[in-house]
Design a protein around this ligand. Structure first.
Ligand code: SF4
Length: 468
């Protein structure tokens, strides 16, 4: 029997979404790889959020004694420099390495320099062939899995138990759709998953939900409600199916504020155990949204946000607002405006990202052509492409004002008693203590992430790299 090591790399010391303990998720991609592997293989896994794959000096793998035949690593951009380090040590030990994930799909030539094989796109269609080639000693450099229809996942369920057995995860993501027809300038989803909105038949999703022992589920896509009347109907059927089949999960997902106009879907969501939804608010300034090309928000209109949020709260569901700071058009007044907006609308959770030009996005190409990206010692600097660091120079604000603005948001939403006050407001506006407590716990964990972002900003300021 051969043995495969599945690795989720993590830059030591980083805090990000993965630090939100209440929804710590097992690495879904790796669980799929275990399921898709044909023949006689045994699996082990290292999630570097839990244990490291390299020793302190980063010269040796920590799993030398486990007789591994093949290492498979998944990586998004901020993880990739760490992935390359792990790959280099594995290859020095004579263990071949395959790398897949978003970064491999958008920066394939770069990844190919550090791996024996690269999986581009989605693995379902090519992984069995890759394993066959490996077993026959004919591993190719690139395997392009494309973007297959999600009906192909009908009976392919990721091996979540493998991950649970080792690390005791309580939360997992689940795929119900992929892709996005929009093209927000900062987003890698249209590049990585395509602009066709691929929908998985809802009956298949329900069957997978019934089959998993995980009580906590995160819908993996960026907008589970969808972009058309037909996809809205599909979402209603999915949650209705959960209620009718008695599938009670602690679940949440990403969507857009237009869902607020559909009381039927909100009702099914509440009844099926939904905590609430993450919504990409991004900005309350329509000029900034125009520049980002954030069409979903512009279609609804910023003037409608208040009413939309209220309708979601009326169903007892959390509004988790996700915003971008530092986009072109943001100036030193933006931070107070956003803070007032969060407080006036009783938004239960605020998380944010610093505007980040992920590779091969329209934003990356624009900022590169304007000569504004200063973190470009690749691949090492990819670790800064995590929305917790500044990687480009702003045009409408100085770095000092940006740091002061971020501190203002922290002081008024997170510091001192603010989280507890917001928790009490959440209970009042939602009338749902369970969901308000969920929001409070997320906020508490995000406070640590926020503190690290402030540290990162001060470090950048002190190092002087921004103005060089
Ligand atoms: S941010 Fe959301 S709406 Fe915009 S392109 Fe990405 S997935 Fe689509």
């Amino acid at each position: 029997m051969r043995k495969m090591m599945l690795i989720n790399p993590h830059p030591p010391g980083r805090h990000g979404e993965e630090s939100i303990t209440v929804i710590v998720q097992m690495p879904l991609n790796l669980a799929y790889i275990a399921t898709l592997t044909p023949g006689n293989w045994e699996f082990d896994v290292i999630d570097e959020n839990k244990e490291l794959a390299l020793d302190e000096k980063e010269e040796n793998i920590t799993f030398k004694d486990r007789k591994i035949d093949l290492v498979a690593i998944t990586a998004v951009t901020y993880q990739v420099a760490r992935a390359y380090k792990i790959a280099a040590v594995c290859r020095k030990e004579g263990i071949p390495v395959v790398i897949g994930g978003i970064h491999a799909s958008v920066m394939t030539d770069e990844v190919a320099k550090y791996a024996d094989a690269v999986v581009v796109g989605e693995a379902e269609e090519v992984w069995p062939q890759l394993i066959k080639d490996f077993e026959e000693g004919k591993l190719k450099k690139i395997y392009n899995g494309g973007l297959p229809p999600l009906s192909k996942l009908k009976n392919i369920y990721p091996d979540r138990e493998l991950m649970k057995g080792k690390y005791g995860y309580q939360f997992s993501s689940i795929i119900t759709t992929k892709g996005c027809p929009n093209a927000c300038d900062f987003c890698s989803v249209p590049t990585f998953q395509g602009r066709k909105f691929r929908e998985r038949p809802y009956e298949d999703v329900l069957a997978e939900m019934e089959a998993t022992t995980y009580k906590g589920l995160m819908l993996a896509e960026d907008n589970f409600y969808g972009h058309s009347v037909k996809s809205n109907e599909r979402a209603r059927n999915l949650f209705k199916g959960m209620v009718e089949r008695g599938i009670k999960k602690d679940w949440l997902g990403f969507t857009a504020l237009n869902i607020s106009q559909d009381p039927v879907v909100l009702d099914y969501m509440a009844k099926s155990g939904n905590f609430g939804m993450l919504i990409g608010i991004e900005s309350t300034n329509e000029q900034v949204l125009e520049k980002m090309n954030k069409k979903t928000n512009l279609r609804l209109g910023v003037h409608q946000y208040h009413d939309a949020i209220q309708r979601i709260h009326d169903h007892g569901l959390v509004v988790w607002g996700s915003v971008v700071f530092g986009a072109d058009g943001d100036d030193k007044d933006s931070f107070k405006k956003m803070t007032d907006f969060i407080l006036n609308n009783n938004i239960d959770i605020l998380t944010f990202g610093i505007d980040c030009p992920f590779p091969n996005t329209p934003l990356f190409h624009r900022l590169s052509s304007e000569g504004r990206i200063f973190r470009k010692n690749f691949p090492t600097d990819w670790k800064y492409y995590d929305t917790a660091h500044v990687v480009h120079r702003f045009v409408d604000i100085t770095l000092e004002d940006f740091i002061n603005g971020m501190q203002y948001v922290y002081d008024h939403l997170y510091a001192g008693d603010n989280l507890r006050t917001r928790f009490r407001n959440s209970i009042k506006t939602m009338g749902n203590p369970r969901n308000a407590m969920f929001a409070f716990r997320v906020g508490n964990d995000w406070k640590q992430v926020f503190e690290q972002v402030l540290e990162n900003l001060k470090e950048l300021y002190n190092a002087g790299a921004y103005y060089k």
